[in-house]
Design a protein around this ligand. Structure first.
Ligand SMILES: *Cc1c(COP(=O)(O)O)cnc(C)c1O
Length: 421
């Protein structure tokens, strides 16, 4: 039999497949970086689906999609989407990189701060116990399951911890806290923006005395930038930040920072490991890379410069509204969480006959749509932000360049229409 050259063989093979009716022309070449250099024309799916985007004069609220990624973060995400990687390798490498940059022992990219609460709690419960990873949360026999928390720190994210089969033990005073530790205590939980009698320092000190890990949920608490290491350096064993709020990474990403042994234990309870409490909280390569890029971006920012920029936006809006009768403006910075300048607009409703809630609705229905801060016209929506029926709150920090004046002009229109003459 005559030997066939490899090329001929391949050609024959091709003809055979073509004869079978399968066109080969569209198959990708098998180069190592098999993707096109030029990006295809993107379809605007918001338009196609009829979902209208808005100008974000609210802030980093989850239901409003929280934040948008800076261009360089979006570019890093798009590039990461083009090639497959091993998720465990990417989680390990990104964790080591983030730990170094954020000055802590270890780090893990999670599917958000709420996911970090789940896998962090699971870490404390299961540490080195493979069977416990499987048993969580329905078979807690023999497992420590009490989490100590200040009564005032019970909040909308309790369920994340409860997903691990724990029960809360509430305390109010330092003395009660010291008495609350039992052989079933597995973690001491702290809500960074919560009010309460017991300070962070005392919380850490007492937990350490009892050899119990303590967790600080600081999800919404950058800026300031230094918070990214302040709480781990204060001694909290685990700290979480949301990736999609102030950090402006992908919305479904978060940081779990802290002790190496706990981060390793958290990984074991997390995706991509099947049959774990964290498997449903998958974080993909795009989000992992996106969060790393967002942290790189955020660390290049400057607290004073960011604050100055937000103050300028607020001042520009205030100046444009100045001549409206009875209207007063004020810049307000919440103490902790969303710790950035917000513009408060207060007016006399006898003169300007519209409630804050109505202003909000009109802004939402205009073109373009504008979302004001949810504490507008009502009771405070987040820690420390004032409200009231005659108060409009503009969150300026998520505005894109130039949008402050769009907001100012539309606000002026809406308020002026309501002037009683
Ligand atoms: C937003 C928030 C979370 C949840 O963060 P995600 O990243 O959206 O999961 C948890 N805790 C607090 C205090 C928050 O503000």
């Amino acid at each position: 039999m005559r030997q066939m050259s490899r090329r001929k063989l391949l050609r024959r093979g091709t003809q055979a497949v073509l004869a079978g009716g399968v066109a080969l022309s569209g198959l990708p070449t098998l180069e190592p970086r098999a993707f096109s250099k030029s990006a295809p024309q993107a379809v605007d799916y918001y338009q196609k689906l009829g979902v209208t985007p808005f100008i974000n004069a609210a802030g980093t609220y989850t239901v409003l999609s929280a934040s948008t990624m800076p261009d360089e973060v979006q570019a890093a995400v798009a590039l990461a989407a083009r090639q497959p990687v091993n998720l465990n390798e990417l989680l390990d490498a990104s964790g080591a990189y983030l730990a170094k940059r954020l000055r802590c022992e270890a780090a893990l990219v999670t599917a958000g701060a709420a996911a970090a609460l789940v896998v962090g709690t699971a870490a404390c419960i299961t540490m080195g116990n493979e069977q416990a990873i499987l048993n969580l949360p329905t078979d807690m026999a023999g497992l420590k399951n009490e989490v100590i928390v200040q009564k005032s720190h019970r909040y909308g994210y309790d369920h994340a911890l409860r997903n691990c089969g724990i029960r809360f033990v509430e305390v109010e005073t330092l003395e009660q806290y010291e008495q609350a530790f039992t052989e079933r205590t597995v973690m001491a939980h702290f809500f960074n923006a919560g009010a309460g009698k017991i300070s962070r320092e005392d919380w850490v000190r007492v937990a350490l005395q009892h050899g119990v890990p303590c967790f600080n949920d600081a999800a919404a608490d950058v800026p300031p930038i230094s918070n990214l290491w302040n709480y781990t350096q204060m001694g909290f064993d685990l700290v979480t930040f949301s990736g999609g709020k102030g950090l402006r990474g992908p919305q479904c990403s978060g940081l779990l920072l802290g002790r190496k042994d706990l981060i390793e234990a958290a990984k074991k309870n997390n995706s991509p490991n099947s049959n774990t409490v964290g498997r449903g909280m998958k974080v993909a390569k795009e989000e992992i890379v996106g969060l790393v890029a967002a942290v790189d971006w955020f660390l290049k920012q400057d607290d004073a410069a960011m604050e100055a920029e937000y103050r300028q936006r607020a001042d520009r809006i205030a100046k444009h509204l100045k001549s409206i009768p009875t209207l007063q403006t004020q810049i307000f910075i919440p103490e902790v969480a969303n710790h950035v300048p917000h513009l408060l607009i207060i007016y006399d409703q006898d003169r300007i006959k519209i409630t804050g809630a109505e202003v909000m609705q009109k802004m939402r229905e205009g073109k373009p749509r504008i979302e004001l801060n949810p504490s507008t016209g009502g009771s405070p929506a987040s820690a420390g932000l004032p409200g009231g029926p005659n108060t409009v709150v503009v969150g300026v920090w998520m505005l894109l360049p130039g949008e402050d004046m769009v907001v100012a002009k539309r606000l002026r229109e809406v308020l002026q229409e309501a002037i009683r003459t």
